[in-house]
Ligand binder design. Structure first.
Ligand SMILES: NC(=O)c1ccc[n+]([C@@H]2O[C@H](COP(=O)([O-])OP(=O)(O)OC[C@H]3O[C@@H](n4cnc5c(N)ncnc54)[C@H](O)[C@@H]3O)[C@@H](O)[C@H]2O)c1
Ligand SMILES: [Zn+2]
Length: 280
């Protein structure tokens, strides 16, 4: 089966590739779970026009490997290049809009009796703009900058209007200390995850009755270890992703579909809120 053939569910229910309805085993789990933890990755934002790292980036930035830019070494070696790249991403995310999948998660979280906890690897704010509360931004945020010297929070610099075309933009000095420069509040490769966010995410995975993983390749650790942690403690794990990922061995059910189609279909299929089972 080609990954682009449409929504499918494996193993268990092969599903109908032309049918956007949720596979039955996934719907049954979603209906019965009161505590749902959703772990999202870059694929969640792809249909909003925010490219994943492993999609080819178009234009100027296609010449750079994003994973080379997202490191403390890159910041030290060429801060103007890294700053320009992040300002370009800030501008891109500001122009992007949440899609129906982001909105569906906010609707699901509002259902009576449902405790939906959202854990994201994304550094954008599309979940929040769709009305969700994010429990943990595991990799920080494009909108929470700090000083690279004194570590104090600083306002995010405003991207210049030509941020997309300029390859180097000198970082803005820190407003608190003499030696610092404003850096994006994202977790770069080689840096530790924010402690509280990761602890909250672990707890949310262990306490869940369903862990739903959406749009992550499962390659970036330690975030990628969360679904396995849930599975090892007996929590059912469902994956939604149009392409095969490293989670194949961990997930109990896999729905090969894009987030913007699958999540609205799933939440719609839960039925009207009046008919939802209330807490026992
Ligand atoms: N929007 C963002 O904030 C953003 C964007 C790019 C990268 N990142 C960062 O890069 C790292 C990359 O790891 P990752 O696993 O999140 O992303 P990844 O790029 O490694 O993997 C993306 C996954 O999304 C899937 N995907 C593509 N289109 C999809 C769609 N429409 N619906 C559902 N899934 C889809 C792909 O098949 C792939 O498995 C993370 O640390 C993340 O913080 C963030
Ligand atoms: Zn400072």
């Amino acid at each position: 089966m080609s990954p682009d053939a449409g929504p499918t569910a494996v193993p268990g229910d092969p599903g109908d590739p032309g049918d956007p309805a949720p596979p039955e085993p996934i719907l049954t789990l979603a209906r019965s779970a009161r505590r749902v933890t959703v772990l999202t990755g870059a694929g969640m934002s792809a249909e909003s026009g925010v490219a994943t790292f492993r999609d080819p980036l178009t234009g100027l930035w296609a010449r750079f490997d994003p994973t080379d830019l997202a490191t403390p070494q890159a910041w030290r070696a060429d801060p103007g290049l890294v700053n320009a790249w992040y300002l370009w991403r800030v501008a891109l995310v500001r122009r992007a809009q949440p899609h129906a999948g982001h909105q569906a998660l906010a609707v699901w979280a509002a259902r009576p009796g449902v405790d939906l906890r959202l854990v994201t690897q994304n550094v954008d704010d599309l979940h929040e703009r769709a009305g969700s509360v994010v429990l943990a931004h595991l990799h920080g945020s494009l909108f929470a900058w700090r000083c690279d010297h004194c570590e104090r929070p600083v306002p995010p610099p405003d991207p210049p209007t030509d941020a997309g075309e300029r390859q180097r933009i000198d970082p803005t000095p820190c407003e608190h200390c003499r030696d610092g420069r404003r850096r994006p509040g994202v977790v770069w490769f080689g840096e530790p995850l924010p402690r509280t966010a990761f602890d909250d995410a672990v707890r949310a995975c262990l306490e869940a009755e369903l862990v739903l993983v959406v749009g992550t390749s499962g390659l970036v650790h330690p975030a990628a270890s969360l679904p396995r942690l849930a599975a090892e403690s007996g929590v059912p794990v469902v994956e939604i992703d149009p392409h095969p990922t490293a989670l194949a061995a961990t997930a109990d059910h896999i729905w090969r579909a894009p987030a913007g189609t699958a999540l609205p279909a799933l939440v719609e299929a839960l039925g009207p809120i009046e008919s939802a089972d209330l807490p026992r």
